[in-house]
Design a protein around this ligand. Structure first.
Ligand SMILES: [Zn+2]
Length: 201
């Protein structure tokens, strides 16, 4: 059975933890933030990202279960009216505000990679064209792979609360969730915490 990843969160340092529906856990280590998050367009977490398959947040950006889902979210974003009414140039200006990026370099890179002149109306582009544009944006944003590691079962556990009304809300949301021992907090670590760890089946 192919593992399907159902939740993800930041681990220690530059890592992300991905939890599968079958109890498999892997860790994405190093590389660029876009790579670790499977989020080639650096989409911020929020309703749009969640509606498009995001399974977690790194505090600002969405974490997707895989790169294909991340690209699909990007294409869907570029298909919204906010972008469809613009040109390619307008899209780059909106996507990457001039204060954050050198726009002329960015535009030349996009034109070179896609062959779409900057004056191209977005609504002239097909879904496939939008994917080409998304890939060009992702390349310009810099998608540097790191390493992936399957996390051994003895490094993971299930967070279990006592289930009464005194459980603190931050722990209530962790009830039944698979964690690694590298994630903080750990059960009983915080003052007065009555939660405990059970092994992953
Ligand atoms: Zn607790």
């Amino acid at each position: 059975m192919e593992t399907s990843y159902i939740s993800a969160f930041p681990g220690i340092g530059t890592t992300r933890i991905f939890v599968g529906n079958d109890g498999n856990v892997y860790e994405a280590i190093g590389g660029s933030r876009a790579w670790r998050n499977n989020n080639p367009g650096n989409l911020e977490d929020g309703k749009f990202a969640r509606d498009n398959g995001a399974i977690g947040s790194d505090g600002r950006f969405a974490i997707f279960p895989d790169t294909a889902t991340g690209f699909n979210a990007m294409v869907n974003l570029l298909s919204t009216n906010a972008y469809q009414k613009l040109t390619v140039e307008g899209t780059i200006n909106r996507y990457a505000p001039p204060s954050e990026n050198k726009v002329e370099n960015y535009l030349q890179s996009i034109e070179r990679q896609t062959g779409f002149p900057r004056s191209t109306p977005m609504n002239n582009l097909s879904k496939d064209n939008l994917l080409q544009l998304a890939k060009a944006i992702a390349k310009h944003e810099g998608n540097i792979p790191g390493k992936k590691r399957l996390v051994p079962k003895n490094e993971t556990y299930v967070w279990v609360t006592v289930g009464d009304d005194k459980v603190r809300p931050e722990h209530e949301v962790l009830d039944g969730k698979i964690r690694t021992w590298y994630d903080t907090p750990r059960p009983k670590e915080e003052y007065g915490c009555r939660c405990h760890a059970e092994s992953v089946k």
